[in-house]
Design a protein around this ligand. Structure first.
Ligand code: 9MR
Length: 576
């Protein structure tokens, strides 16, 4: 149980803080945000009050005097074309994390109106979430409905649960349930009813993160109490979400070296909320190595705008707050895209699409005004094929293009600029680093946009190099950046990742593209699409555990590959 040793200092510190003058004494916010620190109370009895932690950022949750009211959001993750749909129940990523050693119990009081099923999730490992999938790892669900109590357990080796036990009950409106890890079993009880399964090691990593769910459309239920107690020599402690990393960066980190270049070039990576809060190694790499954060998937429409009148900024806010706590600039990805749109959006009538699109842009940009420095306003506007009348790619066909033709791009940029006049607005595209029809089509498009006075500031070169034989020639890339500069546009390297079959080729490609950016004064930042193969977007997610890709600078054990040394050398060479 590797995490357990950390539990006791946390607890100890909490006791000291309370003795020294209450929760605010050890709260870096000086008590403005006292709830999280308060959650370390009552250690002597080995009991912790989990509701005293932060539940304000739980999607669908409302904190009130009677507990946390849970509203069913019916969140789903859909495939790119809007079909399919995997349930995506909210996880309290910013909430209290229970650290456990040995046997323990968690007791919950649920107020459940008729017709509702109250579900409480205890995750031994936080799910990994990407655009089209969510991999549930070790965890369990406790559910209470009108007539049933159920315990469903996942062991992290498959998408399907290893156990699903139900028992008949007649639940009163307020019901107390107790979950225990005890003597090698997982046991759930409510009154005299009890279900039990052998423990496949759900909490062996030493922590519990909480999640909830509710049936959408049914009346809200309330989590009125949630406590954890140590049992039979075991132990429990609460650890609050860590948002801030080290205040200073090692001078030989990518970030430290980049700050020493004449350019002070921002070095970024696409980042996800789940590993930032649950994986200490990932968080440390994020804060020590990078000065810019791209919101990997959290601000794509299907996550941020799950219903026509529903926005969910919880995970985006976590990323933006994390960036602020660690002095990182935020690059928002992405407002308008042909993929990752929720099903309802894909079904909007043609005549309504402009209103929906501009409303989405205005709301999301408005929410982050002053906190997100730059946006991918339109992502991948070009068709993947050379299917235009001139043998170049035409516009990619999707719901916005279908309704408005090319003018959807103008309208999206105009809406973003109207709401935030300071943010830098980018158009982001893949495959335009080399000469050829894709670059020609992209260049022609931005010339037309500039000609129409569209408020575009720059172009992102994604720089994905995914197959042996793919290659970015730094000199050609520089010439494209320079050609855009002639039009008055900035450029950025927005999403680089490089196939890793040959670590030497991988290192050369990463370094060559960084060198091109450093050499062109209008290249504003260099960002990778992820940090480590442990969570890369190219991972094979149907296998349990994830079968990692090999495209990122740090391997799945968080060891730097030769690419990191090559990036460092390139930055050193550019020092003032
Ligand atoms: O990393 C993302 C992956 O999980 C999704 O399956 C995919 C489709 O929506 O999007 C990936 O991110 C892409 C980004 O949004 C735009 N450029 C290409 C990225 C990597 O494929």
């Amino acid at each position: 149980m590797p995490n357990v040793s950390r539990a006791w200092p946390t607890l100890f510190v909490s006791v000291l803080c309370l003795l020294a003058g209450g929760a605010a004494a050890c709260d870096p916010s000086g008590g403005r945000d006292a709830r999280p620190s308060a959650s370390g109370a009552a250690p002597a009895s080995g009991r912790v009050d989990l509701l005293a932690g932060d539940w304000r950022h739980l999607p669908g949750g409302t904190v009130g005097s009677g507990g946390v009211r849970i509203h069913g959001l019916g969140r789903q993750i859909v495939l790119q074309d809007g079909t399919g749909g995997q349930p995506h129940p909210p996880v309290n990523l910013r909430g209290p994390r229970l650290e456990v050693r040995g046997d323990f119990q968690v007791s919950a009081t649920l107020r459940r109106p008729a017709g509702q099923t109250a579900s409480l999730y205890l995750y031994g490992e936080v799910p990994i979430v990407y655009d089209e999938w969510r991999q549930n790892r070790r965890g369990l669900r406790v559910a209470v409905s009108e007539r049933e109590l159920s315990l469903t357990v996942w062991d992290g080796r498959s998408a399907a649960p290893v156990a699903d036990r139900t028992a008949s009950v007649t639940s009163p409106a307020t019901v107390s349930v107790t979950f225990e890890r005890h003597g090698g079993d997982l046991v759930l009880s409510a009154g005299d009813t009890r279900v039990s399964v052998p423990d496949p090691g759900v909490f062996d990593a030493g922590s519990v993160t909480f999640g909830v769910d509710a049936v959408p459309g049914a009346p809200d239920w309330t989590l009125a109490a949630l406590e954890a107690t140590a049992r039979d020599g075991g132990g429990v402690a609460v650890r609050d979400t860590r948002m801030a990393g080290q205040p200073t960066q090692p001078s030989d980190s990518l970030r430290g070296l980049a700050e020493a270049t004449g350019r002070r070039l921002p070095i970024g990576a696409a980042m996800a909320a789940e590993p930032l809060v649950s994986d200490d190694g990932y968080r440390t790499l994020a804060t020590t190595q990078f000065s810019m954060l791209t919101t990997e998937n959290a601000l794509k429409p299907q996550f941020v705008h799950p219903g026509p009148d529903t926005y969910d900024f919880a995970e985006g806010d976590l990323l933006v707050d994390f960036a602020a706590a660690n002095r990182m600039t935020v690059h928002g990805h992405t407002l308008i895209f042909g993929e990752a749109n929720p099903r309802w959006m894909q079904q909007v009538a043609l005549a309504d699409r402009e209103r929906v699109m501009t409303g989405h842009v205005r709301t999301v940009v408005g929410h982050y005004r002053g906190r997100v420095a730059e946006w991918d306003v339109v992502n991948e506007p070009l068709s993947p094929d050379d299917d235009g009348p001139d043998g170049r790619p035409g516009l990619r066909e999707h719901l916005w293009q279908e309704a408005m033709g090319e003018s959807y791009i103008d309208k999206a940029f105009t809406a973003a600029r109207a709401v935030d006049s300071e943010a830098k607005l980018y158009l982001n595209e893949f495959g335009a680093e080399a000469d050829g029809p894709r670059w020609d089509a992209l260049y022609a498009l931005v010339v037309r946009l500039k000609g129409r006075g569209v408020p575009i500031d720059g172009v992102g070169f994604q720089s994905h190099i995914h197959e042996a034989g793919d290659h970015i020639d730094p000199a050609v890339l520089r010439s494209h950046i320079a050609a855009l500069a002639e039009l008055g546009l900035s450029a950025r390297i927005s999403e680089i990742d490089v196939y890793g079959e040959s670590p030497r080729v991988q290192a050369t490609q990463f370094a060559g593209v960084l060198g091109a950016c450093l050499s062109e004064p209008t290249c504003t930042s260099f960002s990778t699409w992820g940090i480590t193969d442990r969570y890369g977007s190219t991972a094979e997610h149907d296998s349990y555990p994830l079968e990692p890709g090999d495209e990122l600078p740090w391997d799945q054990r968080l060891r730097p590959k030769p690419a990191v040394a090559a990036l460092r050398d390139t930055l050193r060479a550019a020092r003032r």
